[in-house]
Design a protein around this ligand. Structure first.
Ligand code: ZN
Length: 684
């Protein structure tokens, strides 16, 4: 790898941060931390850490010797000075003489030594940084270094590659013990430029930010050269038949990794999926020997938190029914093995740990690619990123020799680390977390408000609209993983494509809000056949197209689902000269009931929201004035005073009704009226 250090850039950092009262040491620490953190071959998602020993004023203004070290919750690629909390060096150095120190005590002492008590927790590798004598210390989980060290004879390979330039530290779990051991190894080899932590990663150090950084580049380059010499690895591939497309594989897989926690109350622990494929991924997952090299463990221990000890290998998906059965069997075997793994190691650790959810976080699908999985699209993407990284390491490791990371017992200690166990049960998920919601007509008005409302309850949302730019805009406003794209719901092919896109992005669909619609006016005896049919296309057949496609996916998942429709008041209480709009809406109300009846046994619920007089796009182009006139009211009266409560009904009120129906686990075939009160349109 090449150095990305630039003197001019370094000077810019120093000047910029000086203006904010940040000293040169910390400014340069931010600079090279970002250089390291923005390279996925070195650092991924919160992995790795850096530090600098410097002097800063304490709360009273007295200069104090501190270690500014990466805080938890910060990514190196986007670090700021606030992500490098300052910890008193005198306190940290006193711990060097301790014989033992529990992780809980270590964290508590480190917190008590923070200059700013509001800082994030300093990294669990803080003491390792503190005990090394160098001013700048850099730590990464370099892919190339891991490929060398994750071998049965990784220590011999590293010794040969690094000679006297880096010393080797045997594997010990991060914490006080590793900090002491690494410091001892460095003290015995005072001239080395870095340390190779076997089966974990690499440290480099120096007296300046540039020195520590350029040593990291040089040491990692040695590993890269060694891999290059071994030649590119191509796994012997099995001959694969034609496989199902990803949009058909994903919902089946998503169903297989969902766990029903309470059947009567319809409580599921679903996962969101993130799909990836590439030449390197296919080389790996299509390999004849994938069941061996993919099951050896993770490349560096803290990845277990994101991916468990390894992926589940799926059967080749050639036929829907056979794949469903094979996927369920593979997941059951994974879960059974996970229970065994937990029992085996928990027994040896005093039996005091709480077992985590046993479902896999990564699936390998031969002929298709990989799926990261998790409680959110973000968690799934992280699991997928880490797996892509794992594939690189394992592929290179197999080119050199054979991939063999830390032992299962060591992985267990990291996955069941006491500080992680202490967090269990403390984070409460939002009510619609782990669910995928599709909203049609989501570019504005009720649809946009509905997408916002579902996202606020934790759901992953996909917004479909004829207005592609508008759908993207709404998704952008929601942020996170929200998706928006163009789809004209009167075109069945566009519906199929849109749902395929949602399944590829999130793995499936749990809730659909079929909201897209438009109003047609005209006296029913005079309306043209063409106009009436056009209204039926959008206000009835499009709802059927959406519901049909969603139902097919929900059945493939086998975890129930919810179909919601915007039927409008016209479905129940026709307005004068509004037949072309009300008739298809009335049919859609019955469509909703028919789905309730036909798919209730599959756990698919339905519901309709019946809003009235919501001032959104549907009233554009003078329609508001015309409808008010038809009722003998002014537009103002029509909107605000036309109901029993005398309140204007807003898009957000309708959105909340859709969310309420999605959460009403024992209701199906139900209609919720959102009109401020209109007895003529009231249902039983
Ligand atoms: Zn590490």
């Amino acid at each position: 790898m090449d150095s990305r250090w630039k003197n001019a850039e370094a000077r810019d950092y120093v000047a910029r941060y000086l203006d904010q009262g940040i000293n040169e040491d910390v400014a340069l620490r931010v600079y090279t931390t970002r250089l390291l953190g923005s390279d996925p071959r070195l650092v991924l998602h919160g992995g790795g850490n850096t530090s600098v020993k410097t002097s800063v004023p304490d709360q009273l203004g007295d200069p104090t010797e501190v270690l500014c070290v990466k805080g938890s919750g910060w990514d190196m690629g986007h670090i700021e000075p606030a992500g490098l909390p300052a910890v008193r060096m005198d306190v940290l150095l006193r711990l060097r003489s301790f014989d033992t120190l529990s992780d809980e005590d270590m964290v508590s002492i480190q917190r008590s030594a923070l200059i700013d008590p509001a800082s994030p927790n300093p990294s669990v590798e803080t003491l390792l940084h503190a005990f090394l004598p160098h001013k700048f210390v850099d730590h990464t989980h370099s892919t190339a270094v891991l490929a060398l060290t994750d071998q049965p004879d990784g220590d011999a390979i590293c010794a040969e590659v690094y000679g006297g330039r880096a010393a080797l530290v045997p594997y010990v779990m991060p914490g006080f013990g590793l900090a002491k051991l690494a410091a001892d190894v460095q003290a015995a080899n005072p001239d080395v430029e870095g340390l190779i932590l076997l089966k974990h990663g690499i440290f480099s150090f120096g007296e300046t930010a540039e020195e520590a950084y350029s040593r990291m580049v040089a040491l990692v380059s040695l590993a890269e050269d060694r891999i290059e010499n071994a030649g590119k690895m191509t796994f012997k591939a099995v001959a694969l038949p034609k496989t199902l497309p990803v949009e058909e594989v994903a919902p089946i897989l998503r169903g297989a990794v969902a766990e029903c926690l309470n059947d009567n109350d319809d409580v599921w622990r679903r996962q969101i999926l993130a799909f990836r494929t590439s030449e390197a991924i296919r080389n790996f997952v299509d390999g004849e020997d994938v069941a061996r090299y993919s099951q050896q463990g993770v490349v560096t221990p803290d990845h277990t938190i994101r991916t468990k000890e390894g992926p589940v290998v799926m059967p080749v998906p050639t036929d829907q029914d056979a794949f469903k059965k094979g996927a369920i069997d593979a997941v059951s075997a994974f879960v059974a093995a996970y229970h065994d793994y937990f029992a085996r190691h928990n027994g040896k650790r005093g039996g005091e740990k709480t077992e985590l959810d046993p479902m896999p976080r990564v699936a390998l699908v031969p002929g298709v690619g990989i799926f990261g999985m998790g409680a959110s699209a973000k968690a799934a993407a992280i699991a997928a990123d880490i797996t892509e990284n794992m594939i690189d390491v394992v592929t290179d490791a197999e080119a050199i020799g054979q991939f063999q990371p830390v032992s299962e017992a060591d992985l267990f200690d990291v996955e069941y680390w006491s500080l992680e166990q202490a967090k269990l049960g403390k984070g409460i998920e939002k009510p619609l977390a782990r669910q995928v919601v599709v909203v049609t007509g989501g570019a504005g008005g009720i649809g946009a408000a509905t997408a916002q409302a579902f996202a606020a309850q934790g759901a992953e949302v996909a917004i479909l609209d004829r207005d592609d730019a508008g759908a993207r805009r709404t998704a952008g406003e929601i942020g996170g993983a929200a998706l928006g794209f163009g789809c004209d719901v009167v075109d069945p092919q566009q519906i199929s494509r849109a749902f395929a896109q949602v399944c590829s992005a999130f793995g499936g669909v749990d809730v659909v809000v079929s909201n897209a619609g438009a109003a047609w006016q005209g006296r029913i005896g005079e309306v043209s056949d063409a106009e009436l049919r056009a209204s039926f296309e959008l206000n009835f057949f499009a709802h059927q197209g959406i519901a049909q496609e969603a139902t097919r996916i929900m059945l493939a998942q086998g975890t129930g689902g919810c179909l919601l429709f915007n039927t409008s008041k016209q479905a129940i209480n026709p307005g004068p000269d509004f037949g072309p709009y009300g008739l298809p809406k009335a049919a859609t109300l019955f469509l909703m009931r028919q789905y309730a009846l036909d798919y209730g046994d599959a756990g698919i619920r339905t519901g309709a929201v019946n809003p009235d007089r919501v001032n959104t796009g549907i009233f554009a182009d003078g329609l508001l004035e015309q409808r008010a006139q038809a009722r003998g009211l002014t537009p103002e009266q029509y909107l605000r005073s036309g109901n029993l409560l005398n309140r204007e009904v807003k898009a957000g009120d309708v959105a909340r009704a859709f969310v309420d129906l999605a959460l009403a686990r024992k209701s199906t075939g139900a209609v919720m009226t959102v009109d401020g009160g209109n007895i003529a349109a009231a249902l039983r």
